[in-house]
Write a new protein. Structure first.
Length: 122
């Protein structure tokens, strides 16, 4: 398997609130191996209710492309879903948060304090 044909992340929007991750996995597994399925929810504010969108990661980009083309506009549980390739924020491979990379005032101060604490010259 070439590096160019490995993994594809797919955004799936306008999902029915009753749709489960297993049901979404079944829709995509017709086109190839599904590595992961995540339906986003608002657990950050406490209710845990689905938000109506999610992400599917397929093992091969070629299989993911076929799934995107075939499933775009398909009706699942009475909702016409939107399916597009999910773009990466950057070429970084680390899991550093977006807020940290932005370099806002608080992060710059925090980074300066960490640098002063751990990188003191003898």
């Amino acid at each position: 398997m070439s590096q160019r044909d490995s993994h594809m992340n797919i955004y799936v929007g306008n999902l029915s609130l009753e749709l489960t991750e297993d049901e979404l996995r079944q829709e995509f597994s017709v086109f190839g191996q599904v590595e992961s399925v995540t339906i986003m929810n608002d657990r950050d504010i406490g209710s845990g209710q689905p938000c109506g969108y999610g992400f599917v990661e397929m093992t091969l980009k070629s299989e993911g492309s076929k799934a995107v083309t075939s499933l775009r506009g398909k009706s699942i549980k009475g909702r016409m879903i939107e399916v597009v390739e999910s773009l990466c924020f950057s070429g970084r491979t680390d899991r550093e948060s977006i807020d940290t990379r932005r370099g806002n005032r608080f992060n710059r101060i925090n980074q300066r304090n960490i640098r002063n604490k751990f990188c003191r010259l003898p």
